[in-house]
Ligand binder design. Structure first.
Ligand SMILES: *Cc1c(COP(=O)(O)O)cnc(C)c1O
Length: 374
């Protein structure tokens, strides 16, 4: 089965990992700082904390935003459930706002309609690798005193109005799962411009441990002394995986370019196929495409999904609206809440997109799809 996404691993990636395995530090050694420094070059200088997954990154970012029980977190339903789940686990009430019908990104007007004095965070999702409309989102979040967050699991390397992802929101979460543009097997990171939020993020991923004597309540106990002031967890990304991350980030420009090329080829190959809506792109955005999300009209998405899979093409659907999951249904969330996200989901089909996809494989995907729809 041709997958919808997969990692690209070359000899230099393997060598980078092997080098760490031969050394002294498997975790919490020098590769962690190297990876975070490399990441910071992609976020326009905004410092980054590496963690064990994109889900951990979201959890850490909500903690850094000081989300507490009873707070409201506004987000898009057209996302992986973790965007909402990480906030719900902190006791927040998740408020879903609808998406723009063409990009699938959080609609700033829909956010403005549900923002309240209890809104603690507004979390955008850069769906498919196309950044959300951050200027408009900020214009809603800032006056409400809410933190603007980006779930940029899809969009590392993308830019919005010439500003890089990582520098667009107050807090940005990345994922380095194998299907994502850059991988560390499992892994993630949080970018935080504000030093206090950065410190909260860095502490939370390491049990909340306070090591700097200047910040301790009892700084004179001895060299072994460390304190916990607020609970945290172990979300530390090991050196072995950070080394892979460094090596992958050096290839990010190439990944982004090949993905852009494949997207342009899909656009050309599928332009005249009936019953298909191709992904939209804003003129002021430079996407870093993670997905190629087409929409299959006329109620034929299920049929096309089944027939593509039967032909050995591992298409995917991104995403079931988050509040359709029974966990939200049981909390009283009802279908019909965000009609544009539901309409998008009903038609959405992600075609294979990854750097090592060959032109010939892509031609077969396009021909198979066209043959079904013609
Ligand atoms: C992949 C993904 C996540 C979760 O990342 P993991 O690394 O798999 O935990 C969160 N949000 C979105 C939008 C994602 O695509």
């Amino acid at each position: 089965m041709l997958p919808y996404g997969r990692q690209s691993i070359v000899e230099s990636d393997i060598e980078a990992v092997a080098e760490v395995l031969r050394g002294d530090w498997l975790t919490t050694g020098p590769a962690v700082g190297r990876f975070e420094a490399e990441l910071t070059r992609w976020t326009g200088g905004v410092p980054c904390v590496s963690v064990t997954s994109g889900t951990a990154a979201l959890h850490v970012a909500y903690v850094a935003a000081e989300v507490r029980a009873g707070d409201e977190v506004i987000t898009s339903p057209l996302t992986f459930v973790a965007t909402a789940a990480a906030a719900a686990l902190l006791g927040a009430r998740v408020v879903f706002a609808d998406v723009q019908p063409d990009t699938g990104n959080l609609d700033p007007d829909a956010v403005a309609a549900v923002v309240t004095p209890r809104t603690r965070v507004v979390t955008a999702v850069d769906y498919a690798g196309h950044p959300a409309d951050y200027d408009e989102l900020r214009a809603v979040a800032d006056p409400a005193g809410a933190v603007l967050m980006a779930d940029s699991a899809h969009s590392i390397g993308a830019a919005y109005k010439d500003r890089p992802v990582g520098a667009l929101a107050d807090l940005t979460a990345f994922s380095f799962f194998p299907t994502k543009t850059v991988t560390t097997a499992e892994g993630g990171a949080v970018a935080a411009a504000d030093p206090e939020r950065f410190r909260r993020a860095a502490r939370f991923r390491n049990h909340g441990l306070v090591r700097e004597p200047a910040d301790q309540r009892e700084p004179d106990v001895g060299g072994w002394h460390q304190e916990v002031h607020e609970f945290g967890l172990n979300y530390r990304l090991p050196d072995v995986l950070c080394a892979l991350g460094v090596s992958q980030l050096r290839r990010l420009e190439g990944f982004r370019e090949r993905r852009r090329e494949l997207v342009a080829r899909y656009d050309a190959l599928l332009r005249d196929v009936p019953g298909l809506t191709l992904p939209a792109q804003r003129a002021y955005v430079r996407p870093s495409w993670h997905l190629y999300p087409v929409r299959v009209r006329d109620g034929r998405r299920r049929e096309v999904y089944d027939r593509m899979r039967a032909a050995g093409i591992g298409v995917q659907v991104n995403y079931v609206p988050a509040y359709w999951h029974p966990v939200f249904e049981d909390l009283g969330y009802r279908r019909g809440l965000c009609p544009r996200a539901e309409a998008y989901y009903a038609e959405e089909l992600s075609l294979p997109l990854f750097p090592d996809l060959t032109d010939a494989q892509q031609d077969r995907v396009a021909e198979t799809l066209a043959a079904i729809l013609r």
